[in-house]
Write a protein that binds this ligand. Structure first.
Ligand code: G3H
Ligand code: 13P
Ligand code: ZN
Length: 308
């Protein structure tokens, strides 16, 4: 199967009350781990590439790796998506390079500027059959080009106006999640009332949740046991993500949990086998750890098993 558009994927997810996992990829092992999980769970999947990942691996390398994965398992619907596209130019390059979906992230811009840049990307993407995700509201925390000390939750009426005026296909909303491993100081809280209001005002419209890693404590403990210093890390509880998936959220983004699974495994292996230096020795269990974590997430968080 060639790469697919999120269109049918999200329509089925919306109707079925589940979400599709969007997992960040940087290299071969991460792609193989995610694809292995999607294949064993018979689940659709989104592989997403950040500006940083694109710079690290190169867009062509990533696309060729994805091509290889599709050849190996043609039965799984796969979307390749630009995560947090910082400019029209990068969105255009990804569209021209075969991505089936891009995000233009104008969330840090004044409202009218966010509308203008999103519309510019939509006008380029739609005639080429490419899906556009945009973002309204600000997640607290730091991304490569966006830094916000405070959450600015998405205003439901603005969301309706934004979607109508830009024509974007899906919208990332800010309801209390944040990027990285340190999401909550005290108890985890998401603004479900706001999510429900947005969803009611945009019936049938797919919403996106960024910053949705759960930060499994077993990976944090393993990292710390084997020399890491990942103190006080806390993620979004799985039951909250499951709930969001039934409220119009069709795409749930996960990057941090992949980093934790991979790093915990490599730390453990290298500590337990100090004499070994063949990268295959530690990358194989690390790839397995990513696969197991993603399979768990597809089954228990996304609810997308068997939907391929
Ligand atoms: O939302 C951010 C993603 O986790 C990507 O992170 O920019 O470090 O690749 P990155
Ligand atoms: P996490 O840092 O919670 O994994 O979020 C990833 C994300 O939103 C990528 O866009
Ligand atoms: Zn994000």
């Amino acid at each position: 199967m060639p790469l697919t558009s999120p269109k049918e994927m999200f329509a089925a997810a919306y109707a079925g009350g589940y979400a599709v996992g969007a997992f960040n990829v940087n290299n071969m092992e991460i792609i193989q781990g995610i694809m292995g999980a999607a294949a064993s769970e018979k689940s659709p999947v989104i592989l997403q590439v950040s500006a940083g990942a694109r710079k690290y691996a190169g867009q062509v390398y990533i696309m060729k790796l994805v091509e290889a994965a599709l050849q190996e398992d043609p039965s799984i619907p796969v979307v390749v998506h630009l995560d947090h596209g910082p400019s029209f130019e990068m969105c255009r390059d990804c569209i021209d390079g075969g991505f089936t979906s891009v995000m233009i992230d104008g969330s840090h811009l004044p409202y009218e500027e966010n509308i203008a840049i999103t519309k510019q990307v939509v006008d380029y993407a739609h005639p080429r059959g490419v899906w556009v995700e945009a973002e309204l509201g600000k997640l607290a925390g730091i991304e490569e080009h966006v830094s916000s000390a405070e959450h600015v939750y998405t205003d439901p009426d603005e969301a309706v106006d934004f979607v109508r005026r830009t024509g974007c296909d899906s919208l990332a909303v800010a309801i209390g999640t944040s990027h990285g491993a340190y999401k909550f100081k005290g108890e985890a809280r998401l603004d479900f009332e706001r999510l429900q209001t947005i969803s009611n005002k945009l019936p049938g419209y797919p919403l996106v949740l960024h910053g949705a890693s759960s930060v499994p404590q077993e990976f944090v403990a393993l990292c710390n046991k084997y020399g890491g210093q990942v103190g006080g890390a806390k993620g979004v509880p799985e039951d909250m993500l499951r709930k969001a998936a039934g409220m119009g959220v069709c795409k749930i983004n996960v990057d941090t949990d992949i980093r934790l699974a991979l790093t915990a495994s490599i730390r453990q292996f290298l500590t337990e086998h100090p004499e070994q230096f063949d990268p295959r020795g530690y990358l194989k269990p690390a790839r397995d750890a990513v696969q197991n974590m993603v399979a768990h997430k597809i089954r228990n968080v996304m609810g997308s098993s068997g939907k391929a």
